[in-house]
Design a binder for this molecule. Structure first.
Ligand code: G4P
Length: 524
């Protein structure tokens, strides 16, 4: 196989959804098709969300186990598939956002009864920002749910993306008969509990054979529905999908393994191979000979006896090889790796080479930060690893004065790992930790103690949002900072951050200081 073919056969994506829509079930079925696992129930990582939130230690343990399923690579037909897992628990949403920077496309799972839910909406915002191609799987058709046309309207409105059904359900709930596959013009019939498509027949809708399979009434309805679809929705265009403007929609039932193979077959054909990636210096094309990649996730080992981390690197161009010197751009230093790991389904194994699109795990002892770049020698800095405005804030204080150095180091490293965000108040010098969920505070406190021997204490702070500010109007910016001096902070890169106490105060600030731009993620 040529170098070009190796890269073009890669499909690196994530399955995203609101908890309980069926992400784990779908992922598992995809793995079954790839022969990557042989029994259902093998993918456990996302069951995390079902643990009571207070039992976060258990969650961390499971997260440890889930390293193995963080990336699931397998072969399907002539394609190399890499599924990137995203944490099911919404307190780890920031992890998910970052994982989305390493995928070339996503599959969104929506529950037919619940429609679009909060977490899906948030994750889609990130996809839109990055123009990630999106495919939608409307799940649980074996249950009663919303009308499929209403679901399409809702998807379009709530996710702000044009949609085009590529399969169409024939009834639902107990009366669910199957789907008509508009992409392949076949009728796929469903039988409850069978875990397979009972019958798939190549069939033109005009044919009277339709009646023999699903009866007069449903045949008529299907023809009417499809006519309406053709009238209302533009024909499917792959370019629009690849541009992130149009989402093809499939209907099925992950639990019953219905509609999953059709989704996968269409996916491998139309989903993008590794896409060009933007760096501060230039656009990097995956087919370039020289290797480049970036760290999008760092996974700490919770076992105190083996305190190393794994840095997950997305290969953006060329080929990564074991024991070859690469430049760690931030350190401007060469490093080589003797035991990089590949993730093939549930196994971790040492890899000798990896191509653009693949994910490599590098054992790390604090050399890497989220966003770090590795290259064959060129000084490149990858863009697009945004931090989002956190939603919860606490002052972090030292509870053991003898250990202030350890605390300092611990905080720095945990922030580099992307566990939470640190802001230093410019007025009183106090450190504020911002997170997206309550769990992170507990995780930080525990890890500071067990990994760094430092003790911290949390103190409340009343904040609504932290936002990055900038302006070309130097005088106005100076005036703003002077007036709000008690509420100004620096992030860990030293950038200006405004700490708004309430939505009203933020709104007033935006109104009064028209020349200042308030950003809700760090990438502007
Ligand atoms: P998540 O990862 O998105 O959070 O969802 P997950 O796959 O864990 O699925 C959530 C629940 O929905 C599970 O039930 C799962 O069996 C069920 N489910 C998934 N797909 C379908 C489907 O097509 N039809 C129906 N009827 N149910 C579906 P659970 O009872 O919470 O878990 P479990 O005990 O079955 O594992």
């Amino acid at each position: 196989m040529t170098f070009k073919e190796e890269i073009e056969r890669r499909r690196t994506f994530a399955v995203i959804s609101h908890p309980d829509a069926g992400k784990t079930t779908l992922t598992e079925k995809l793995l079954l098709f790839g022969g990557a696992i042989h029994v259902a129930g093998a993918v456990k990582s996302n069951k995390i969300k079902k643990t009571a939130t207070s039992d976060w230690m258990e969650i961390e343990k499971q997260r440890g186990i889930s390293v193995a399923t963080s990336v699931m690579g397998f072969e399907y037909r002539d394609y190399k598939i890499n599924i990137l897992d995203t944490p099911g628990h919404q307190d780890f949403a920031e992890d998910t956002f970052r994982t989305l920077t390493a995928v070339d496309s996503v599959i969104v799972v929506v529950d037919v009864a619940k429609g679009v839910e909060t977490q899906t909406r948030k994750l889609m915002e990130v996809c839109r920002m990055r123009k990630t191609p999106v495919m939608i799987f409307v799940n649980k058709m074996d249950r009663e749910g919303k009308d499929p046309f209403d679901i399409l309207d809702e998807l379009e409105e709530e996710l702000q993306i044009a949609v085009r059904p590529l399969s169409w359900p024939i009834d639902q709930g107990e009366r669910f008969k199957g789907v008509y596959n508009l992409y392949q013009e076949s009728l796929d019939l469903y039988q409850p509990g069978k875990q397979v498509i009972t019958k798939s027949v190549q069939l033109n809708l005009a044919s009277s054979d339709l009646e023999t399979h699903i009866g007069d009434k449903l045949s008529q309805k299907l023809r009417d529905d499809v006519e309406l679809i053709t009238e209302v929705y533009e024909p499917f265009k792959q370019e629009s999908y690849l541009a992130g403007e149009l989402a093809p929609v499939f209907f099925g039932s992950a639990l019953n393994n219905f509609g999953v193979k059709e989704l996968l077959d269409c996916f491998v054909e139309i989903a993008p191979s590794p896409r060009p990636v933007q760096t501060e210096e230039r656009t990097v094309n995956p087919l370039e000979d020289e290797f480049s990649g970036f760290v999008f996730k760092i996974h700490a080992n919770m076992d105190p006896n083996h305190r190393s981390c794994i840095a997950f690197v997305k290969v953006c161009s060329g080929k990564f090889e074991r024991n070859v010197n690469y430049k760690h751009v931030r350190f401007n230093r060469l490093m080589k790796f003797s035991s990089p790991t590949a993730f093939m389904a549930q196994k971790k194994e040492i890899l000798d080479e990896a191509f653009a699109g693949d994910i490599v795990g590098l054992p790390d002892n604090g050399n890497f930060k989220i966003g770090d770049t590795l290259t064959s020698g060129e000084m490149l800095h990858f863009k697009g690893l945004p931090s989002f405005s956190p939603e919860m804030f606490k002052y972090i204080e030292n509870a053991d004065p003898m250990k202030s150095k350890q605390l300092q180091r611990g905080i720095e490293q945990l922030m580099d790992e992307g566990v939470a965000q640190l802001f230093v108040n410019q007025f009183n010098g106090r450190k504020i930790i911002g997170t997206v969920g309550q769990l992170q505070f507990e995780v930080i406190q525990y890890r500071l103690l067990h990994e760094y021997g430092a003790q911290c204490r949390w103190e409340p702070i009343n904040l609504y949002k932290a936002c990055w500010i900038e302006s070309d109007d130097v005088a106005q910016l100076a005036d703003f900072k002077k007036r709000k001096f008690q509420y100004m902070a620096h992030d860990k890169e030293g950038r200006d951050v405004f700490l708004a106490e309430s939505s009203y105060i933020l709104m007033m600030a935006q109104q009064d200081f028209k020349n200042i731009r308030f950003h809700f993620n760090s990438e502007f």
